[in-house]
Design a protein around this ligand. Structure first.
Ligand SMILES: C[S@@+](CC[C@H](N)C(=O)[O-])C[C@H]1O[C@@H](n2cnc3c(N)ncnc32)[C@H](O)[C@@H]1O
Length: 377
């Protein structure tokens, strides 16, 4: 079956996530990607595990009129239409939706059309109208092809996980849960119950998301206080009814320096945001930047050297390291790839993007995160 993903705000990073999990990922324009899933896989992919995808749809292979005839005959239908075609407008999208409504009315359905303020229905509109459930339907049009939406990112659940957890610390910088999911997914899909390590666990966002994805989690951090924060957040999550799959659980959260700690084996995958240096509200002066880079480099390389002797060949390791926005609008990176390869790792190459695209940044932030995807040689 062919699927279509509506990519998130940083589409290249979303593409990398899809490439790590699915086959034949092909970008379609700037904001969409098609991919396939072998026919023997069970059910649709779960959008709630994909931090970088806003909406997920499957390709309708039948002519659209034939497809509409396959809808259950009873009941009222809510219909939304998002048009991603070149030259799309709200007016054209609404016209297309009304055309489909007329066909459905002839088929004896009573139909409500979700109004288009833009050619594309926003994620919030799709989500709050539940446009992928029973008698509700969102169609995506891209050129001549139609897709039916099967899931929309649950914005409310992310906000809840991010803002309601008990232990938070603005100083360590909040890793958005969506980015934590992306870092984990960039390791590929591992069996449920595999052991995920985050050696810079901070308040535990990666560990939390790992548990929700069915992994056993193991964390460590230099700071005692952070260890306690992670423990509190993981306990809170474990108590949330029906959220954490049975295969998941907390193995250990311990204090230790990532450059020297001996973690208990097994370690099946590693995903983390390393130390990002000091928080900054404006571009750093040359001397300050040099010091920060030096410190972050030595922490990241020290950690990867220590880790290399404790994981088996082919273990996936995804790290987010800092990059700093300069006054000229360019990002200053750590440029670590050669040294990392010498420590015994292969850097993953993607088909539809390069390493320069793996930079996660938000408006107004000086410290961005460069994502590096590795496998132990
Ligand atoms: C950017 S924060 C990670 C935040 C985390 N992703 C979260 O969810 O809160 C980096 C963390 O690395 C820790 N750290 C710094 N140097 C370290 C080292 N050498 N070994 C282990 N942890 C370290 C800091 O205490 C901090 O909690």
């Amino acid at each position: 079956m062919k699927y279509l993903a509506v990519l998130g705000r940083q589409p290249k990073i979303s593409l990398a996530e899809l490439e790590s999990l699915f086959e034949n990922v092909q970008p379609a324009g700037e904001t969409l990607a098609e991919f396939s899933l072998s026919n023997d896989s069970s059910g649709f992919p779960d959008i709630q595990r994909l931090g970088g995808t806003l909406k997920l749809a499957y390709r309708i292979e039948l002519p659209i009129v034939q497809f509409l005839k396959t809808l259950p005959p009873e009941g009222k239908i809510t219909l939304g239409l998002s048009d991603y075609s070149v030259g799309a407008s709200a007016f054209k999208a609404q016209g297309e939706a009304l055309k489909l409504k007329r066909i459905l009315t002839k088929l004896k359905h009573s139909v409500r059309v979700v109004p288009n303020k833009a050619p594309i229905l926003s994620t919030a509109t799709s989500f709050h109208n539940h446009l992928w459930t029973d008698n509700k339907l969102e169609l995506i049009k891209y050129g001549k092809t139609f897709y039916r939406v099967i899931g929309v990112q649950n914005i409310d659940a992310y906000t809840k996980r991010d803002q309601v957890r008990p232990a938070r610390d603005a100083k360590v910088g909040m890793l958005p849960p969506k980015l934590a999911q992306i870092l984990i997914n960039l390791c590929g899909e591992l069996p449920s119950g595999s052991v995920l390590l985050d050696p810079f666990c901070g308040t535990g966002v990666v560990l939390q998301e790992g548990m929700l994805m069915g992994y056993k989690v193991k964390g460590s951090d230099l700071s005692e206080r952070m260890v306690e924060y992670s423990e509190r957040n993981l306990q809170w999550l474990t108590k949330m009814e029906g959220l954490v799959p049975k295969s998941a659980g907390v193995v250990t959260v311990e204090q230790g320096d990532a450059a020297s700690l001996e973690w208990q084996s097994p370690i099946d995958l590693v995903a983390c945001e390393t130390y990002l240096g000091q928080p900054m509200s404006s571009a750093p002066a040359e001397i300050k930047l040099k010091q920060e880079k030096q410190e972050c480099r030595s922490i990241v390389l020290g950690f990867l050297k220590n880790l290399a002797s404790q994981i088996t060949s082919d273990t996936p390791v995804t790290i987010a390291v800092p990059a700093w926005l300069r006054n000229n609008g360019e990002y200053e990176r750590l440029n670590l790839l050669d040294e990392i390869q010498n420590l015994g790792y292969n850097v993953k190459r993607f088909r539809n993007l390069g390493q320069k695209d793996l930079l996660y940044h938000r408006d107004g932030q000086v410290v961005a995160r460069e994502i590096i995807v590795l496998r132990k040689k």
